[in-house]
Every structure is written in C-alpha cells, then in structure tokens.
Ligand binder design. Structure first.
Ligand SMILES: NC(=O)c1ccc[n+]([C@@H]2O[C@H](COP(=O)([O-])OP(=O)(O)OC[C@H]3O[C@@H](n4cnc5c(N)ncnc54)[C@H](O)[C@@H]3O)[C@@H](O)[C@H]2O)c1
Ligand SMILES: [Zn+2]
Length: 363
C-alpha cells in the first residue's frame, strides 16, 4: 500500500492507495474511527458492484455501517439531494460523532463532502473514489459542491476528508468512455509537473488503455502525488492551485457551449489542453516538438468525441467569463513537459486560431 500525505492548513491526512484496498477498508478505518457509526453514501451502479466488498470489510472490523443511496448522475448534484440525504441521516440517528464515507465518482465525492461539511455543522468524511477522475482529482483537496440551475459548482465548501482510500482495482468495472475521460486528467498532471508520468503515457499507452493493474496503479499514484503536493502548498486556490486548471478555461467553455450534452468533463479538458498547447505555441512559450508530443499523447488515446461549436461562441464565452472574474481570464500554458505558466492575457487572434484548430480536429 502506498501512503501519500496531504498537509493543508485546516487538516493533514493521508491518501492510502493500493489494488484490493477496498476489501481492507475496515482495518484501515477501524483504527481511525473507533466505535463511531459510519454512513456510506453511494449510487446504485457502484453499490451493486462494490458495496458488498466495503460493507463486509467494515463489518469484519466491527463497524456498524448504514448505506444511503442517492440518484446517479450529474443532474442530481443538487442541493435537493443534499437535503434528502440529511433527512435520512437524521432518521438513522446520525449525530455529531458520525462519519460519512463517499463511495463513488466525483458526484458522490462532491455531494458527500458538502453534506459532511454542513451536517450538524460538520462531521468527518472519508473519500473512497471509484472513477479515475475522482481518484486523481475530485476526492483530494477538500473542494465540495453542488450545481445550481445557473451554473456548475456554484454552491460549495472546503472540507478536507479524514482520509482518502483509493483502490485502483475498482476501475475494472468503469465504462470505457468514463475510464478514458478520467485519464486525460491524469495526463494533465504529467504535463503540469511530472515529466516521468507524461512519458509513461507515451511509452505504456497500450497497457494503460488495457487497464494493466500495475501500470494503472502507478498512473493514479503519480497523479495523486502531484495533486496532493499542489493542494498542500495552496489549499484555497490562491495561486499555485490554479495550475490544476490546465485545459479547463477552454474546456469549461466547450462544455457550456455544448450544453453539457456532447462531452464528458475529461474530454472537454482534453480539447482544452490541445487548445492551450496551440496558444503556448502561438505565443512563443513552447517549441513545436514539445507541442507535437503533447497533442499526440492526448490524441493517442483514440478519437475524442465530435462537438458542434462555433469559434465565436467559445471566444464570447471566454470574454463573458472575463467580466465575472474582475477582467482577467487565466490560461495555464505548457512551457515544457512538466512545467506550466499562468498567463492572463492572450491576444484574441491567437485565441481564435486555437479554437479553430480544435474545431478542425473535432470535425
Ligand atoms: N471537488 C473537486 O475538486 C472536483 C474535481 C474534479 C471534478 N469534480 C466533480 O466530479 C464530477 C464528475 O465525476 P465523475 O467523472 O467521477 O462522474 P460521476 O460521479 O457521475 O461518475 C460517472 C459514472 O460512473 C459510474 N461509476 C462510478 N464508479 C464506477 C465503477 N467503479 N464502476 C462502474 N461504474 C462506476 C457512476 O455511477 C456514474 O454513472 C463533476 O461533478 C465535477 O464537478 C470535483
Ligand atoms: Zn477537471
């Protein structure tokens, strides 16, 4: 088992990572939680496949666990879900000593983290992420949230978990599109700050796509290390944490322009990273060989889904973002493999040509 420390001002904790770890969750959490009651929040597809493994392990360690199921899908990442879950917790007798366990993808992690941060003014949460995206990103760092009709993640809190338990073995049942979409976020970690991780994607692509257990564990562990280091240095996104947004400025605009119906988040980030690479090339921050390596690594996972967007639609959206963010839109641009720079002003012509470029590739 690998242990990765996360040390933020509000709490220090560990990410425990290893294939098969879910079946030993009880041993790991028993010491931490003692005789406290635990409440597992999950969704049906995850409960069906992995619920028993977790519950058996908790029971073996003498822990009393109840399961609360929420509806599956991003559209249920709403305050209404939080309220329903809270009512259930009260009915089950959860008090201030309760601990919640989030077993699921990023949606479950975000909702459960939020719930834990406000239930009886705050209880502990343990994150047990089950998608690539949640393992390398959503479960670590303490950001929680739900969506409003007016936009994504507009309500939320910072609430660091007591611990994060990652079992890459659970990724075996993940639908392949979800699996791949999460990998783009892992590749992002390589581009931001880990050239060895990036090379792994270049050299061992087949094994990664075939979900070879040892390689997948390494990819997840290295990505988690990067995120853990960034979050430890900057819990609240004062500056450094922004580097995690590589590919996200344009990625978010693409998601919104396609009304969240054509691209998974990771896929939008993949397009966004290609655009960011193009901008870095256009502004002279990146050489063409490295730009080619980044683009090939992204496209090497196979075709990204088509998307129907207008260049001006995307650019306008970036400009309206600008109004809401005190006049600055930040772009995270690659300088070399493992190094990025935060840039706040990109000439419009270069921006347009980057969007044109991905539209061509997506046609
Ligand atoms: N808090 C953060 O820092 C942070 C960071 C990144 C993303 N997020 C959030 O994460 C969310 C997206 O997360 P996601 O991509 O994991 O989506 P998701 O949680 O909706 O999961 C995707 C699908 O996979 C299913 N699933 C999950 N694990 C499975 C498994 N092991 N086997 C089979 N099926 C499984 C789920 O039931 C769901 O249908 C977004 O809401 C995003 O805002 C949060
Ligand atoms: Zn992301």
């Amino acid at each position: 088992m690998i242990r990765i420390p996360v040390a933020t001002a509000s709490r220090s904790y560990e990410v425990l990572l290893g294939s098969g770890l879910l079946a030993h969750a009880g041993e790991r959490l028993g010491k931490m939680l003692g005789s406290r009651r635990v409440f597992v929040v999950t969704v049906a597809p995850v409960r069906r496949r992995w619920g028993k493994v977790l519950l058996r392990s908790l029971a073996e360690s003498g822990m009393q666990a109840d399961v609360l199921e929420m509806a599956d899908g991003e559209r249920f990442k709403r305050l209404a879900t939080l309220e329903k879950l809270a009512e259930k917790l009260v009915k089950l007798g959860a008090d201030r000593g309760a601990a919640l366990i989030a077993l699921g993808g990023g949606v479950v992690c975000d909702v459960t983290g939020f719930l834990a941060s406000v239930y009886m003014r705050g209880v502990d949460v343990i994150q047990v992420p089950t998608t690539v995206l949640a393992q390398v990103d959503a479960a670590i760092g303490g950001k929680t949230g739900v969506n409003l009709r007016s936009g994504k993640n507009l309500l939320g809190t910072f609430h660091q978990p007591r611990a994060v338990l990652i079992d890459p073995g659970v990724l075996s049942t993940l639908p392949s599109r979800e699996y791949r979409a999460g990998l783009y976020e892992a590749l992002k970690c390589g581009i931001i700050g880990d050239a060895d991780l990036f090379r792994l994607f270049e050299d061992r692509r087949r094994e990664i796509l075939d979900r070879d257990a040892a390689i997948v564990e390494k990819v997840i562990a290295d990505s988690v290390r990067l995120k853990a280091a960034v979050v430890s240095a900057d819990e609240r996104e004062g500056g450094l944490r922004q580097v995690l947004n590589l590919g996200h400025t344009i990625g978010h605009a693409l998601e919104a322009e396609t009304r969240y119906t054509q691209l998974l988040h990771g896929e939008a980030v993949a397009w966004g990273m290609i655009a960011a690479t193009h901008i870095a090339l256009g502004t002279g921050k990146l050489d063409s060989v490295t730009a080619g390596r980044i683009t090939s690594a992204i496209l090497g996972f196979g075709r990204l889904p088509h998307m129907k967007v207008q260049t001006m639609g995307v650019v306008k959206r970036l400009h309206s973002d600008k109004k809401t963010r005190q006049g600055v839109v930040h772009f995270i641009l690659p300088r070399e493999i493992g190094k990025v720079e935060i840039v706040s002003d990109v000439p419009d012509a270069i921006l347009r040509s980057a969007v044109e470029e991905i539209r061509k590739l997506a046609a």
